[in-house]
Design a protein around this ligand. Sequence first.
Ligand code: GAL
Length: 368
Amino acid sequence: MRKILAIAAAAALALTMSACGRDTGTPATGASGSSAAVAVKGTIGVAMPTKTSERWIKDGDYIKQQLEAAGYTVNLVYANDDIPTQVTQVNDMITKKNQLLIVAAIDGVALKGALAEAKAAGIPVVAYDRLLLQTDAVSYYTTFDNFKVGVLQANSLLDGLAASGKPKPWNVELFAGSPDDNNATFFFNGAMSILQPKIDDGTIKIPSAETDFKVVATLRWDAAVAKKRMENILTKSYASTDVNGVLAPYDGLSRGIIAALKGSGYGTGGKALPVVTGQDAELESVKSILAGEQYSTVFKNTRDLAAAAVKMVQEITGGTTVTVNDTTSYNNGIKNVPTQLLQPQVCDKSTCKQILLDANYYTADQLA
Ligand code: GAL
């Protein structure tokens, strides 16, 4: 009994220290260890934003499978892209004394009150894919290199434009993600690091003249909002010219944009669809790419991201050094959050199938 109490106390101490961001580097003991902490495997709260996008369903499933395989119990919830729902869900996890929280926020700032409660209760918080902002209660973060995602999208857009054989200057329109999602700015800034010089030297024209992040952003990553904006732009700025390329930051938006373009006669009668980028390798978009409609996507293997988060859970609850590879890129307004960054990969019609099959992300049947 005394040994169990000692182990529990050591694990609680490790949790507290991790929650405070003071990682001790204490190795977890094996079966024969006696002095350091042993992972206590309780219930892990997993708060996901929405099921409307296929990727978050995969993320949730992978996290649950991997945590359960590692011996934890999982409290997985989705918030329907509704901020109050997510706040309630996180508060509920704290009330139920979940051991640790993994959170993919709808709005990066909106959870700060609930997260302060988590910190007060000694519950560590891992930000998943999207950074939690304006809070010191977030212990660690795991995501993909979000700036690089934007760079990959912009380079792919330029590749597609060059391959289209269309004469320069190319007419391009810009879309960004949800302004309350920290990632959206990273994607856009990454893309503009490549595109702005091309706009400045006249290679690219933006007939709508809409280039400001706030103007091109798409609240809640809503495909219908992107579709409407594309329709308005086509009416306003393309009466006598064609659009050659669209920077789209996420597959759901890409499909909304393509729907608007088709509705306006692109993709039929010899009027080619423009080059449209994307992100997430959602099945519907991969099929569109293979069919020659969407030009490319950025593949981020959510199984790997889930694995990185689960590894953090094991390290935090076990009191061992938490694996991170970036301590400077992600400042949340209060602190630099130690981050494990994974690498994104772009793919197009000639490469997507092989890349996704090799990663075992889809089956050959799904892509047939
Ligand atoms: C971002 C995420 C993207 C995409 C988007 C819309 O935060 O990094 O991969 O999924 O949300 O869901």
